[in-house]
Design a protein around this ligand. Sequence first.
Ligand code: FE2
Ligand code: FE2
Length: 160
Amino acid sequence: MLCVDLITQLSQEHQDYVINLSVLAEVIEGIRVNGRGDYFIATLDHLLESLTIDLDDHARREEDFLFPKLLERAPDGPISVMLEEHQVIRALSAQFGRWYPVWRDGVEEAFGDWLEPAETLRGKFSAHMQKENLILFPLARRILTDGEIRQLTMIPDDER
Ligand SMILES: [Fe+2]
Ligand SMILES: [Fe+2]
């Protein structure tokens, strides 16, 4: 059983999100140019879970496991900013999750209600992940011991 530590797992999820966010940008552009279409809807349906339920889970694992450890060691570090950004990102994600299905199911007027938060989410979440990749995760690797990082190792799904 291959077991990666939490920081590695979160980094891998960031890579997946970078791809998903660029697909989101392409689909939004496609809808702007061509209007709604089955391909765009199918792609957005697929992105919806990743950018709502999975994103919430990703943020919660950072908040529940990684951030408290880092706060113990670096109380003046960037955790409070990261937490504020999580709240902004969650709110945008919730708006997207609330209004995209309404538009998908035929209410054309709801287009802007999901489009605007989705586009803002793309920018904010990209910038947030860059901060975590470039500042937070390297800081964690520097100040946490190997043992502490191992304790952050996620339990594989099939052993939960
Ligand atoms: Fe985060
Ligand atoms: Fe993250």
